[in-house]
Design a protein around this ligand. Structure first.
Ligand SMILES: [Zn+2]
Length: 130
């Protein structure tokens, strides 16, 4: 395994997060879910790990297979009415008042590029602010 340092590009992060299992960059082992391993083996929280490797604050620390399985499970629970969306109004309010953590530089650069492409695609720059 080649040693990996902090991420500096959006594409590298995307590649890192798109494999079936997520690799621990501390020891090179692969897992469905990184959180328990980080805590037990390296005494580290997910936030500390994201900070150390310059991962986006929202980066899911789980393999693609695990995330897909959770997604399917949630869709099923919604379809049979176990999970509802009644909480969204209060969750939205809570989110607006939450402390937002620092975004990574390459993340902001990628976001700026995306915004420019959306403006071109949808002509947002022609829309005047009211
Ligand atoms: Zn590890």
């Amino acid at each position: 395994m080649e040693p990996r340092g902090p991420f500096t590009s959006f594409l590298d992060v995307y590649e890192y997060l798109s494999s079936d299992l997520i690799e621990c960059l501390e020891c090179g082992r692969r897992f469905h879910l990184l959180n328990p391993h980080l805590r037990k083996a390296h005494g580290m929280t997910c936030d500390e790990y994201r900070e150390l490797y310059n991962l986006p604050v929202t980066a899911p620390l789980a393999g693609r297979l695990f995330r897909q399985k959770q997604s399917d499970k949630m869709r099923y629970l919604i379809s049979i009415g176990v999970v509802t969306h009644d909480h969204l109004a209060s969750a939205s309010l809570k989110s607006k008042s939450a402390i937002h953590r620092k975004r990574r530089d390459y993340d902001l650069a990628e976001q700026a590029q995306r915004l420019i492409s959306y403006r071109r695609k949808y002509g947002w720059d022609k829309v005047k602010n009211k």
